[in-house]
Design a protein around this ligand. Structure first.
Ligand SMILES: [Zn+2]
Length: 89
């Protein structure tokens, strides 16, 4: 991750340890994925055995971890870091 935006110079870490809070955002995303995949399996696979739920949910969360990591940090930065998007004119 860059220390600052190469385009506008926005500093990406407002304070030391700022992204610890992103763990909670990531946790929220993970819970959403678990619920979504579980509901989809229930309806699309007609309530499969428990091991199918566990393995599918674990695989989905593991595969999406790189995205979750980045989006959790972005959400943390936007909501608590004082960063606001300014579209180019
Ligand atoms: Zn920028």
């Amino acid at each position: 991750m860059y220390e600052a935006c190469p385009d506008c110079g926005q500093h990406y870490e407002p304070e030391v340890g700022f992204y610890w809070g992103a763990m909670y955002v990531s946790y929220g995303f993970s819970v959403g994925i678990v619920v979504l995949v579980g509901v989809l399996l229930y309806y699309l696979a007609h309530d499969p055995p428990v091991w199918v739920y566990v393995s599918t949910v674990a695989a989905a969360v593991l595969l999406l971890t790189p995205l979750l990591f980045r989006y959790a940090r972005a959400v943390m930065l936007y909501f608590f870091g004082g960063v606001h998007y300014k579209p180019p004119r």
